[in-house]
Design a protein around this ligand. Structure first.
Ligand SMILES: C[S@@+](CC[C@H](N)C(=O)[O-])C[C@H]1O[C@@H](n2cnc3c(N)ncnc32)[C@H](O)[C@@H]1O
Length: 273
């Protein structure tokens, strides 16, 4: 019998350091990758770039600016669907992900589409690339909410971007932190402080080990972190849930999407000096 993708767990709020966040999330994404790709792969598209469960695409949003001839790095690339789309638009792209199993799916789709994306297994807090080697760094719901050391991550992004380069990323909208992760009406009742940054932690019932972690930052935290690393924010998109879009993805759904944003997309340019 296949092991369950998510062994029974208890939810807690507690501090978790970077190492434990990384170990837990790597194991979790390795366990979950097959189910994730089976469930969401068609919606993502093998050569497709959506910024989140609303289905808002980069073709509509143009968060990343001009693509032709640009060198891009995708952080938390999963199966690299977004990078493959960028390559189709004339960019070059490299993907980085923590999970080996996610990268195996990337290789599978490379073979199926004939559009290979070079990838590397690694973590967002330590990017294995030279200074100023990319015009664009981006992440669609990738690593950013899984790392404890976000300041180090933003510093790494700034280091590998050329002056004037663009950083574009999507995250769970910070206001979502206040609500239970429930796609139904119960998910509309605020039950937790927006300002409480204590991480969301799943703890394996059998072993007591941390098995999954998400870290929360307020919108103000994001502005401070980006400004503090010489970025200038040029866009904040909060895509509305489209009428008739009946997909449910975790806590995202049309029921909640009518009232409250699920995704925040930020574009920021590195100081050109
Ligand atoms: C929700 S998926 C998003 C991937 C892809 N953009 C998509 O839409 O399918 C999050 C990805 O971030 C990766 N990830 C989590 N923590 C990471 C870290 N510290 N460094 C790099 N990647 C990480 C996971 O392995 C996973 O593939």
């Amino acid at each position: 019998m296949e092991p369950p993708t998510h062994p029974p767990f208890n939810v807690e709020r507690r501090e978790v350091d970077e190492r434990d966040s990384r170990v837990a999330n790597r194991q979790d994404w390795d366990r979950y990758a097959d189910e994730y790709q089976a469930t969401h792969g068609q919606f993502l598209g093998d050569i497709g770039f959506v910024w989140g469960p609303e289905g808002y695409t980069e073709a509509e949003a143009r968060i990343l600016g001009p693509l032709t001839g640009r060198r891009a790095l995708e952080v938390g690339c999963g199966a690299s669907q977004c990078s493959r789309w960028l390559i189709g638009q004339g960019a070059t792209a490299v993907g980085l992900d923590l999970s080996f199993r996610q990268l195996q799916h990337s290789r599978r789709i490379d073979d199926a589409t004939g559009i290979p994306v070079p990838t590397v297994q690694g973590t967002a807090t330590s990017l294995p690339f030279q200074d100023s080697s990319f015009d664009i760094v981006f992440s669609s719901f990738g690593a950013l909410q899984f790392v404890r050391d976000l300041a180090e991550t933003i510093a790494e992004v700034a280091r590998v971007l050329r002056p004037g380069g663009r950083f574009g990323f999507s995250i769970t909208h910070p206001t979502r932190w206040m609500f239970p992760d429930d796609p139904g009406e119960d998910g509309l009742l605020a039950s937790q402080s927006y300002w409480d940054r204590t991480p969301y932690v799943e703890v394996d019932e059998a072993t007591g080990e941390v098995s999954y972690v998400e870290h929360h930052r307020t919108l103000g935290d994001w502005v401070d972190l980006l400004a503090g690393h010489d970025f200038r924010i040029v866009r904040l998109d909060e895509p509305q849930w489209p009428l008739g879009h009946d997909r449910v993805w975790g806590g995202w759904s049309g029921v909640r999407g009518q009232f409250t944003p699920g995704t925040a997309i930020i574009a920021a340019d590195l100081d050109p000096r």
